[in-house]
Design a protein around this ligand. Structure first.
Ligand code: SF4
Ligand code: SF4
Ligand code: FES
Length: 259
């Protein structure tokens, strides 16, 4: 996406905040940068930034792009933890830059490190190729399937039935989980936790009729049995989805289907 920079005559937000008397902190922001047209391998570049403690990391990255380094490349869109586009490694942990407050990752005079998420090809700087991630998503048939005649009104679910898919339907496909999974790092054919969470969402939807097909996909050697229950994915999820628990539920559903 194209980021719109403020006009050159406008002051940086940090300068405005400082002028308004808001408390500011000084930070060093180390970003792992890679330009395929110039670099053989990624290199760390450090930027000096002033920020408010209530700023988010994405605000700091925007400030660097708009006032210091226009070529810095990354994704972001909604800025409110909804679109899932700004997943990155912040101080060594997968997080959404728009959901991470500066005060939670650095103190005055401290350093924030920012790297692209792992396991996907880096196109430029913090921008990775998401195609393999979405190929896995497509593989689980992420759409409602029901060939029965539609009822006169809506397809009713009880509260208990809706509860079964309450966690998995919260997923925003940010890839924080899949790209923190050591199994995915060493074997890109593993569908990964995000695709399994999405499969869970339909497998446990009482209105969907393709449960058997999805369980068969989960039972393949690219599916749930690759998971070694290491919990990295659950710790990385910005939506607090209990991913490992959902993977276990899908494993049990596969086993019951075979019993
Ligand atoms: S629990 Fe499974 S899917 Fe999650 S990080 Fe560990 S191995 Fe990967
Ligand atoms: S399960 Fe959580 S970490 Fe994984 S893609 Fe969905 S929202 Fe992101
Ligand atoms: S920009 Fe949309 S989730 Fe962060």
């Amino acid at each position: 996406m194209t980021l719109t920079a403020p006009t050159s005559s406008s002051a940086a937000p940090a300068q405005k905040a400082a002028a308004a008397g808001l408390p500011m902190i000084k930070l060093k922001v180390k970003i792992l940068r890679f330009d395929p047209e110039q670099d053989k391998k990624a290199r760390w570049v450090t930027y000096d930034v002033e920020a408010q403690t209530a700023d988010r990391v994405v605000d700091v990255i925007n400030e660097i792009k708009w006032y210091q380094e226009p070529g810095l490349t990354y994704r972001r869109s909604c800025l409110h933890g909804i679109c899932g586009s700004d997943a990155m490694l912040i101080n060594g942990r997968n997080r959404l830059a728009c959901k991470t407050l500066v005060r939670d990752v650095a103190k005055d005079g401290g350093t924030i490190t920012i790297e692209p998420i792992r396991g996907l090809k880096v196109e430029k700087d913090l921008l990775v190729d998401m195609e393999p991630f979405f190929d896995s998503y497509k593989a689980i048939m992420p759409y409602f399937i029901n060939e029965s005649p539609a009822p006169a009104a809506e397809r009713i679910q009880s509260e208990a039935e809706a509860e079964l898919m309450a966690h998995s339907s919260n997923c925003i496909l940010c890839a924080c989980c899949t790209t923190s999974c050591p199994i995915f790092w060493v074997n890109g054919s593993y569908l990964g936790p995000a695709a399994i969470v999405q499969a869970h969402r339909f497998i446990f939807d009482s209105r969907d009729e393709a449960t058997q097909q999805r369980l068969n996909i989960m039972n393949q050697n690219t599916g749930v049995w690759r998971c070694r229950t290491a919990y990295n994915c659950t710790e990385a999820c910005p939506r607090d989805i209990p991913i490992t628990q959902l993977i276990e539920e899908v494993k049990r559903a596969v086993m019951y289907q075979q019993a």
